[in-house]
Design a protein around this ligand. Structure first.
Ligand code: NI
Length: 172
């Protein structure tokens, strides 16, 4: 396993639509292993492949709070089958939008169909943080970031802040 570089906004790659995976082979498993290690290293609870520059419909997640009991989840080609009309609000952040947080409303429950780490078809009924996390990560597959749900003004303020940080980082 190796840690990959997480791409941050603004970056055109993050706006790319990811492509479905044909089958879960060695390459995809290696990618999922790397993504999980990268996510843990960055203290995140979810990561989409495009965030490490790979435009494949692959997500890794671990929403367990207990460090000693890791519960990694892998979603390949996830599709939302059902969404609850009821909304839930969570304060969201994103490894590709560092140090920025905002309250976002999303359907409180969803049903997602996907292939697991072994390429087996699964159906998961999710609610709470898991449902929010799945929807946030699935947005990445469509080139959508959580800041896109904010007002234009708020979003451009965040992007400006991040661009400034980037230019400083390049000088160092
Ligand atoms: Ni994210």
């Amino acid at each position: 396993m190796s840690i990959r570089t997480i791409i941050t906004e603004p970056n055109k790659l993050l706006r790319q639509i990811s492509k479905p995976v044909n089958s879960v082979g060695k390459e995809e498993k290696k990618l999922m292993d790397d993504m999980l290690e990268t996510m843990y290293d960055a203290n995140g609870i979810g990561l989409a492949a495009i965030q490490v520059g790979v435009p494949k419909r692959i997500i890794v997640m671990d929403i367990s709070k207990d460090e000693s009991k890791k519960e990694p989840r892998y979603f390949v080609n996830p599709v939302i089958k059902n969404k609850d009309p009821e909304k839930a609000t969570y304060e969201e952040g994103c490894l590709s939008v560092p140090n920025q947080f905002a309250e976002i409303d999303r359907p409180s429950k969803c049903e997602v169909e996907y292939l697991d780490y072994n390429g087996e078809k699964k159906l998961l009924k999710a609610d709470g943080l898991l449902a929010t996390c799945i929807q946030h990560e699935m947005d990445h597959l469509e080139g959508i970031l959580f800041i896109d749900y904010l007002s234009k003004l708020k979003r451009s303020m965040i992007i400006k802040k991040l661009s400034k940080k980037k230019s400083t980082a390049a000088i160092l």
